[in-house]
Write a protein that binds this ligand. Structure first.
Ligand SMILES: [Zn+2]
Length: 74
């Protein structure tokens, strides 16, 4: 059982729709982020970096490589 979602590289044009933002470096820890809901772990499809994102995000921009990832619809 896992809460992890699968992510794929967003190829554009434009940006993904829905809620999203810039991911947070895992080293900062989810407990240090105030004013946010529970964090999910996501792995960037471009560079493989593990990051924290909002629980209800549909997309995120990697804090490390700047690549945009969108939720993979199975
Ligand atoms: Zn990345």
């Amino acid at each position: 059982m896992t809460d992890e979602k699968n992510w794929e590289k967003w190829e554009g044009p434009g940006g993904p729709e829905g809620k999203g933002g810039t991911s947070i470096a895992a080293s900062s820890g989810p407990d240090e982020v105030e004013g946010r809901n529970r964090q999910f772990v996501a792995v960037c499809a471009t560079c493989g970096m593990q990051t924290y994102i909002g629980a209800d995000w549909k997309w995120f921009t990697c804090w490390k490589c700047g690549g945009t990832n969108s939720e993979m619809i199975a």
